[in-house]
Write a protein that binds this ligand. Structure first.
Ligand SMILES: *[C@@H]1O[C@H](CO)[C@@H](O)[C@H](O)[C@H]1NC(C)=O
Ligand SMILES: *[C@@H]1O[C@H](CO)[C@@H](O)[C@H](O)[C@H]1NC(C)=O
Ligand SMILES: *[C@@H]1O[C@H](CO)[C@@H](O)[C@H](O)[C@H]1NC(C)=O
Ligand SMILES: *[C@@H]1O[C@H](CO)[C@@H](O)[C@H](O)[C@H]1NC(C)=O
Length: 401
């Protein structure tokens, strides 16, 4: 397995006057790289439902009774179903609202070579996700995750658009074509109704540049990386064209906020950019404004100057609720805490909805494997704990566009 996912050394960038931004970028990149790893490498199985004896959500009025009254039993914090055999019969949770424009998501266990994901688990995730948003973005296609998500949407009958992902690595066409073919098969099976786009590339330019000792996406090294990536993007367009689909599916790309090159931007319909205020050492109170400014200046404005005018989205933004070590418990300005996660939710989500910012919130659940592997705040960005219980927060109640 190609390993291009090493930490980005924060001393390797950070030149120039905008020290904070550059430092932020390099640290953000680290997180992004970590976050991206999920997509290709997937997650070592987090044992959900292992005797977790939590909130038996009481179902007040069960109209249709089944063999197991009160719905299927759930030892974890997943929605109950009034019909255990019908995933669309899940009972909605009054604490959840479709307030999020979109959500970043990778099914647990979508990591080669040890795929551990399951339709059952993805259905539970989609039952929760669909109560929070109508858009989800995937990072990669390995371990059949595209089909699992589309099948889960079909069975739960929810309103959900998927930005599917192809996570290629530099200098290995096989990784790209493998995922391209999985995506093609999934579209053939499930149609285009729930497909909002295909994101080709996740941190591709970041990885290419850093592994070649360069930083400028528009420089000569960047041009080599961009040529590779644009070839994949065009190939995906060709594939879609050859399928004679009933609608045009946009093809985009995702990268660290400062790693979009002119060449890549000129060849995509949309770009997803990671923007994390935590790594810029902003306070929780300033985080929403910082994210908004960075995204506007670094991504939205430059993209708007190009003839193809790609639509830009925030690929990831969020706030960690804790750290596994003392050193990272505070970013120099604010703590990693549920109280500050609440502040970020309260100041970012509904405001961004209202002013037309398109974003994918990061993220749904805490990720145990990241905590084990990297420590610090890496595993603690979820709105939910790893057992799918909601953290001690109040979710925003506005309705996303
Ligand atoms: C992928 O998932 C779908 C939906 O659950 C299933 O029908 C299909 O058999 C799976 N394919 C593979 C190769 O596991
Ligand atoms: C590369 O070009 C893009 C788009 O023209 C621009 O937004 C970006 O700032 C450039 N990157 C650098 C590091 O100069
Ligand atoms: C959009 O919302 C963000 C909060 O998410 C805020 O910081 C920013 O100032 C708003 N932008 C405009 C143009 O209102
Ligand atoms: C952010 O804070 C950390 C820890 O307090 C520090 O190591 C780092 O240099 C700071 N980064 C910036 C961009 O100020």
């Amino acid at each position: 397995m190609n390993q291009n996912y090493q930490y980005v050394n924060s001393s390797s960038t950070g030149l120039g006057a905008a020290i904070e931004k550059n430092a932020a970028r390099s640290r953000r990149s680290k997180l992004i790289v970590l976050a991206s790893v999920i997509g290709l490498l997937g997650i070592i199985g987090i044992a959900v439902g292992v005797g977790v004896s939590v909130s038996q959500r009481n179902k007040s009025s069960s109209s249709s009774s089944s063999s197991s009254p009160g719905g299927s039993s759930n030892s974890d914090n997943t929605p109950k179903q009034t019909d255990p055999n019908d995933p669309s019969s899940f009972v909605k949770d009054s604490r959840f609202h479709k307030a999020f424009y979109g959500m970043a998501y990778t099914p647990e266990g979508s990591l080669l070579p040890d795929c551990g994901n399951s339709l059952d688990s993805v259905i539970k995730d989609i039952q929760i996700l669909s109560q929070l948003t109508s858009r989800v973005r995937l990072y990669g296609a390995d371990c059949n995750q595209t089909a699992l998500v589309l099948e889960a949407i079909k069975q739960t009958k929810v309103d959900m658009q998927v930005y599917v992902g192809n996570y290629p690595v530099p200098n290995d066409d096989g990784v790209y074509t493998r995922q391209r073919d999985i995506i093609r098969d999934a579209i053939t099976t499930y149609g285009t109704d729930h497909i909002a786009g295909i994101t080709v590339g996740n941190e591709f330019m970041l990885n290419y540049l850093t592994s070649n000792g360069a930083t400028d996406p528009n420089g000569s090294v960047g041009a080599q990386g961009a040529a590779m990536l644009v070839r994949y993007i065009k190939d995906t367009r060709d594939m879609l064209a050859s399928m004679n689909l009933p609608k045009t599916i946009p093809v985009g790309n995702s990268d660290a906020g400062s790693f979009f090159s002119t060449e890549v931007l000129s060849n995509i319909d949309y770009g997803l950019s990671n923007v994390h205020a935590w790594f810029a050492n902003t306070t929780a109170n300033d985080a929403a404004g910082w994210v908004s400014n960075f995204f506007q200046e670094t991504n939205v404005q430059p993209a708007s100057l190009l003839p193809n005018n790609p639509k830009m989205y925030i690929a990831e933004t969020g706030w960690p609720s804790k750290s596994s070590d003392v050193a990272n418990a505070n970013n120099g300005a604010s703590d990693a805490s549920e109280a500050n996660l609440q502040i970020f939710l309260d100041t970012f989500v509904c405001q961004a909805n209202a002013n037309g910012t398109a974003y994918f919130y990061f993220e749904l659940f805490d990720e145990e494997w990241k905590d084990k592997q990297y420590g610090g705040v890496e595993g603690w960005w979820g709105l939910f704990n790893k057992d799918r219980s909601l953290k001690n927060i109040k979710l925003p109640t506005c309705t996303a566009p």
